[in-house]
Write a protein that binds this ligand. Structure first.
Ligand SMILES: Nc1nc2c(ncn2[C@@H]2O[C@H](COP(=O)(O)OP(=O)(O)OP(=O)(O)O)[C@@H](O)[C@H]2O)c(=O)[nH]1
Ligand SMILES: [Mg+2]
Length: 300
C-alpha cells in the first residue's frame, strides 16, 4: 500500500540575519525570499513550498525578530509572532558564529511562552564559519529548554546536514492534503517578487542607513506585442540626500541596481524585460500607515 500523504506548515523564526531566507530558498530549490548581508532583509511572511513524493511542507519565512524602531518594525514583529499560530512545527534558527545573544535569549523566552504544544526544532546555522566549541556552547544552552525537541547544526550556505533537518521536520507532518499544487513554490505574486528583487539589489548596493529606509513599488507591468515586458518601479526613500545617493552620479547607482535585478526578473517572467526605475522621497514612510499599506505591509 502507498504511504499516506502528509503535509503541514512550518514557521522559520529567528533573530535577523541568521540565514532563515537562505535556508528556505535552499529547501525549496529556488530563490523566492530575498537574502542580504544586512539585518532585517525580510519584511513579510513568505511561503515556500516543498513537495516530495510522500509529503508537502509549507515553510513560512518570517522577518527577523528584534526590537521595533518604527511602525514597519512593529508590523514585522507582529508578522513573525503571528506566524507561530496554527503550524505543525516551529524551526528556530540561530547563528553559530554569533552565539546566543541577548536578542536570541529574548526570543527563546518568548517562544517558551508562545508555542504551547507545538514542537520546536532548533537549527544552529552557519556551521561552515563557526568553531566546534562555539556550536557546542549554543547546543548546551538550548538543551536546557524542554520545548526544544531537537537541535541540529547546519549550513544553509553549503547544505551541510540540511537533508537531515528536512527529514526531522518531515516527521512532524500530519496526514493531510496538498495545500499547493506541486508546481507551485510560493504564495507570493510575481509583482511582489519583482519588487523584492529590486529591493534586494538596492540593499546589496547601498551603504549605511539608507537600505533600511527603502521600499519598492511596482507601478506597471505590461507585455508588449513583441514579447518584452515593460516594468516600471518606484524606489522610495526617506530623504532627499538619500535620493541623490540611490540615483548616483549620472544615474550610475540606479543603473547598477537595475542591471543586477533585470536578469533575475527576466528569469522569473521568462521574457525579456525593459525595467524603468524611479526614485521618490517619502519622508518617514516607515511610520505612515498609508505608505505601509501601499507598499504591501498590510496590517489586516
Ligand atoms: N557562512 C554562512 N553564511 C550564511 C549561511 N546562511 C546564510 N548566510 C549569510 O547570512 C546573511 C543573512 O542571510 P539571510 O538568509 O538574509 O538571513 P535572514 O535570517 O533571512 O535575515 P532577515 O531576513 O534579515 O531576518 C547572508 O549574507 C547569507 O549569505 C551559512 O550557512 N553560512
Ligand atoms: Mg530573511
Amino acid at each position: 500500500m502507498a504511504k499516506e500523504f502528509k503535509s503541514g506548515f512550518i514557521t522559520i523564526i529567528g533573530s535577523p540575519n541568521v540565514g532563515k531566507s537562505t535556508l528556505m530558498n535552499l529547501l525549496v530549490g529556488q530563490k523566492i525570499s530575498i537574502v542580504s548581508e544586512r539585518a532585517q532583509t525580510t519584511r513579510n511572511r513568505i511561503a515556500g513550498v516543498v513537495t516530495r513524493k510522500d509529503y508537502q511542507i509549507v515553510f513560512l519565512d518570517t522577518p527577523g525578530v528584534t526590537g521595533a524602531k518604527n511602525r514597519l518594525g512593529e508590523y514585522m514583529l507582529k508578522v513573525a509572532y503571528e506566524s507561530l499560530n496554527d503550524v505543525e512545527c516551529v524551526l528556530f534558527m540561530l547563528d553559530a558564529v554569533k552565539g546566543v545573544r541577548e536578542m536570541d535569549e529574548a526570543l527563546i523566552e518568548n517562544l517558551r511562552g508562545r508555542v504551547g504544544s507545538t514542537p520546536v526544532v532548533a537549527a544552529i546555522n552557519k556551521t561552515d564559519a563557526a568553531t566546534f566549541d562555539g556550536i557546542e556552547t549554543i547546543r548546551e544552552r538550548l538543551e536546557k529548554e524542554d520545548f526544544i525537541k531537537r537541535i541540529i547544526p547546519i549550513s544553509a550556505e553549503t547544505g551541510r546536514n540540511v537533508d537531515k533537518l528536512e527529514e526531522t521536520l518531515a516527521s512532524y507532518l500530519v496526514p493531510g492534503p496538498m495545500y499547493y499544487p506541486e508546481d507551485m513554490v510560493t504564495d507570493q505574486p510575481m509583482r511582489v517578487i519583482t519588487a523584492e528583487m529590486i529591493r534586494e539589489k538596492a540593499l546589496r548596493s547601498l551603504r549605511q542607513e539608507i537600505p533600511h529606509g527603502i521600499g519598492v513599488e511596482i507601478e506597471r507591468i505590461a507585455l508588449r506585442e513583441d514579447g518584452i515586458n515593460d516594468i516600471n518601479a518606484v524606489i522610495y526613500c526617506e530623504r532627499e540626500s538619500h535620493k541623490g545617493i540611490i540615483i548616483g552620479g549620472r544615474g550610475a547607482m540606479l543603473k547598477r541596481i537595475g542591471s543586477a535585478a533585470r536578469p533575475e526578473i527576466e528569469t522569473l517572467f521568462g521574457t525579456k524585460v525593459n525595467l524603468q526605475l524611479w526614485v521618490k522621497v517619502r519622508p518617514d514612510w516607515r511610520n505612515s500607515a498609508n505608505a505601509l499599506r501601499e507598499l504591501g505591509y498590510n496590517d489586516d
